[in-house]
Structures are given as structure tokens and as C-alpha cells.
Design a protein around this ligand. Sequence first.
Ligand SMILES: Cc1cc2nc3c(=O)[nH]c(=O)nc-3n(C[C@H](O)[C@H](O)[C@H](O)COP(=O)(O)OP(=O)(O)OC[C@H]3O[C@@H](n4cnc5c(N)ncnc54)[C@H](O)[C@@H]3O)c2cc1C
Ligand SMILES: NC(=O)c1ccc[n+]([C@@H]2O[C@H](COP(=O)([O-])OP(=O)(O)OC[C@H]3O[C@@H](n4cnc5c(N)ncnc54)[C@H](O)[C@@H]3O)[C@@H](O)[C@H]2O)c1
Length: 454
Amino acid sequence: MTDCDVLVLGGGAAGLAAAETARRSGSRVLLVTEGPPGGDCTFTGCVPSKTLIGAAATGLSFPAAMERARATVRRLAATEDEGVLRERGIHVVRGRARFRTARTVEVDGRRFTAGRVVLATGSRPAVPDLPGLEKVPHLTTDTLFELTDTPASLLVLGGGAAGCELAQALARLGVGTTLLEGASRLLPGMDPDASAVLTRRLLAEGVRVRTGTPARAVRAADGKVLVELADGETARAERLLVATGRRADTAGLGLERIGVRTDGGWVSVDRHMDTGVPGVSAAGDVTGLFGHTHGAYAMGRVAVLAGARRVRRPTFDPATAPEVVFTSPEVATVGVGEHELGHDSGARVAHLPMSEVDRAVTAGAEEGFVKLFAGPRRVVGRLGGGRVLGASIVAERAGEMIHEPALALRTGMFAGRLAQTVHAYPSWSMAVQQAAAQFVGGHDGRLARPVAEG
Ligand SMILES: Cc1cc2nc3c(=O)[nH]c(=O)nc-3n(C[C@H](O)[C@H](O)[C@H](O)COP(=O)(O)OP(=O)(O)OC[C@H]3O[C@@H](n4cnc5c(N)ncnc54)[C@H](O)[C@@H]3O)c2cc1C
Ligand SMILES: NC(=O)c1ccc[n+]([C@@H]2O[C@H](COP(=O)([O-])OP(=O)(O)OC[C@H]3O[C@@H](n4cnc5c(N)ncnc54)[C@H](O)[C@@H]3O)[C@@H](O)[C@H]2O)c1
């Protein structure tokens, strides 16, 4: 007899979703986790960063905002701690685990056997191999929220979601902030027009932004951190925050021993979250498929449900999951973006500036746009406006507005359906309806256009 039916490795969003899904279906569940239940999202990711962003927007001081972030972490962590999980029938063992066999895991000398294993060990900050960096004290998102004193100045290395969100919040909290991004624009994976709007806004708020010149070396001098850039210039500040992405946390797990394949360190899975090794699934950041909590949660569920079924096995499709960067304005995307659609794809683009959306005008928040993408369907072509392929939205409430296009994408909806649905006036979401109308007759003289060339 095994020690449990399902052994979940890692207590972050993916592991908790897997454990709860397995428990609900009556399995005996063991959750082995090195860090406390909640993982990156609760302790060093979404929860403290979104609290900091909210606190910065309400004008709190830096120390007060940091204290609020820590208090919020404590509050939310208490809703999913070991005691709560035990009451839900999930047994927790704390410690760093490694595989002995595909279904035997060792933790501090104790061995546990399982019917199936879900690998959900997440990710850690990927600190780049820059000459000098290892000798210079620097912050990562793992340590940022421990700060109590306001730094006079800060370099944020990396202009992805974490760098952009934190640079804006910290600047609003009175820290002289410089954001350094090696790629040619901030948020390089998102719509180029979104990068342009956000860059303008950050500059207007006093954030110094340097793009297109990667960091080459780091050194300390006169109590400051100096980052040497590829173009020969140097950026300096009192502190350095490294926000240059993540790497899978698989060190010492013994994946090679059990035959789990990795690609660039990320655990390879199919769309059912199977690793290819019988009885071993993986979910969350460790797969490198989609680095967001809602994705981790969805993958954790799929890993358990698909592992238990032979037919109608659920799948996880990152292409239909939305991403939101919680800057002001927010940047939200789902599905394909215009920069990914070819000019000859036959797809069309509806573009609506937020300055033409009444709610944005009344709120005095006119920066941004809604872009909706729709493509021809087989046989019926552009009938009904065509099928929704994706959306890129930049707006104060883009993170709320993106879910209608996400639903449209998930259900293969005709764009015209969004246009036909009566939306409340003057809501932010009405912008999605007005954009969709451009595929079926137009809105205020605006019609969907072909995808831009090049
Ligand atoms: C600053 C920041 C802000 C973010 N904001 C957002 C946001 O607003 N929205 C959003 O959707 N996402 C956000 N994210 C991303 C989100 O935090 C992650 O995608 C999510 O937490 C991943 O969950 P996970 O369960 O895959 O991994 P993790 O949360 O990393 O959990 C993995 C767990 O496994 C444990 N573990 C690791 N190795 C072992 C081992 N060998 N044995 C036992 N246990 C082990 C770890 O201790 C950890 O508890 C943010 C990330 C950062 C860094
Ligand atoms: N709102 C959200 O959902 C949210 C918020 C923050 C973080 N996250 C997630 O957390 C993870 C980490 O976020 P992140 O922003 O650190 O990662 P990221 O990979 O999105 O961005 C890292 C950025 O650093 C840049 N970079 C790397 N090396 C550099 C160098 N030497 N010099 C200059 N720039 C360099 C890259 O070009 C890239 O733009 C991601 O998975 C992200 O999706 C999500």
C-alpha cells in the first residue's frame, strides 16, 4: 500500500490547486513543500506587489506601504496554511524533496510512496551571469518586500511585468527609480503600442527609462551600485533590484534519474500536463508554459484530472489565458497580438483609442486603447465579424476588460456577438463592445483594418 494516492511536490498555486482537486475527488493527498503553502504568489509575488501598487496609488509612505504589503501577506497566508490544509484533509510535510523513483520521494531521509506525483516546484529569480553582480549586494523580488527604509534611489534591471509594475510603484513611493531594459522596448513580449503608452506614462511620472541596451557588468563605488550598459553608459543608484525573469526550481530533484525531460531547465509536458514518465505530471511555473498564478492554478487542476481519466482528459492551453500587467494604465492581453499576426493571415484589427471611450473620458484616464483581432472562419469566412483571435488592451481597468475577449476566444465566438451584447453605459467594458462593432458595420466611423505590415 502506498503512503498516498497523490503526492504533490511544491505548495505554491499549482501545488495547492492539485492537492485540493485531488482531495475533492476523494484521493489521499500528501503535499510536500519546502516553503510555506502559498509559494511565490502569496509571499514574494502577486500579493505583496499588488498591495504595494495599491498602497502607492493611495499616497502611503514607503515604510507604511511595505508594512501593509507584509501584513497582507500574513493575512492571506493564514487562509491556506498547514492547519487550514489539514482541516481540508491534505497532509503537509515541510522539507526539500528529491525523487528516488518516479513514485517514491525522499524528504530529509523519510521516504513516501505514491500512486501518482504532481511536480509543482515553481521557479526562482533568474539572476543573470553579469560580471561583478555576485560581489555587489542586490535585491530580487524574494528580498524586496523585506525593506523597511526608503532607498534614495534604485536601479530596476529588467523591464518585464515585474520590473514595470515595481518601478512605477516604487517611484510613486518616493524612490528615485531608473528602469533598465535590454530589449528595444519595455514589455517586449506584448503589443509594441502598449510598450509605447507605458513608457510615456512612466517617464511622465519621473521614472528614468533606458531600453535597447542590456546591462554588461555591475560594480560598487562610493556607496552606490553602478550598472554598465552595452552602449558604454553607466547607470547608478543606491540600490539595485534584479527583475530579469525566472528559472525553474528543479535543483537536486533527481529528474534525470526518473527520466523526466527538461528544456532549458523547464519541465517538458504535453497539454494534459503529463511529463511522459508514467504517473508523473507537472504544473505551474516549473513547466515554463505560462508564468502566472491563474495559469499555475489551472495547470494544477488539469494535472490531477487528466491523470485520473482515460477519456475526455482536460487540457491546459496557455493561448487562451489572459495576462495582465498591473501598472497604471494596466496592460492586458489574450490570444495572439498584432505583432504575431502576419499581414497575409486574413485577420483584421479593430482599434479604439481610450480617448473615444466615454468612461475613460469621465475618469480623466484617456491613455491607451483596445485592439481586438478577428480572423476568417472556415467555410463562412468573415460572416458575423469572423472569429475572435485575441486582444491587447491598455487602460486603467484593462485587467477587468480582458475577460470578455478571453471568453470569446475560449468559446470560438464570432466578434459580432460581442458587438450585439448590450453593455452598461458608461462601463470600461463597453470599449470592448465598441471595438467589436468595427468588425460588423463599424462604430463612430471606425472600421476594422487589415493587420499592419512588417
Ligand atoms: C514580483 C512578482 C509579481 C507577480 N505578480 C503576479 C500577478 O499579479 N498575477 C499572476 O498571475 N502572477 C504573478 N506572478 C507570478 C506568480 O507568482 C507565479 O506564476 C506563481 O506563484 C507560480 O506558482 P507555482 O505554484 O508554479 O510555483 P511557486 O509559487 O514558486 O511554488 C513552488 C513551491 O515549491 C516549493 N519547492 C521547490 N522545490 C522544492 C522541492 N525540491 N521540494 C519541496 N518543495 C519544493 C517551493 O518552496 C514553493 O513553495 C508574480 C511573480 C512575481 C515574482
Ligand atoms: N502581473 C503579472 O502577472 C506578473 C507580474 C510580475 C511578474 N510576473 C511573472 O513573474 C515572472 C518574472 O517576471 P519578470 O518581469 O522578472 O520576467 P520577464 O521575463 O517577463 O522580464 C524580464 C526582463 O528582463 C530583461 N533582461 C534580462 N536580462 C537583462 C539584462 N542583462 N539587461 C537588461 N535587461 C535584461 C528581459 O529582456 C525581460 O524583458 C514572469 O513569469 C512573469 O510573468 C507576472
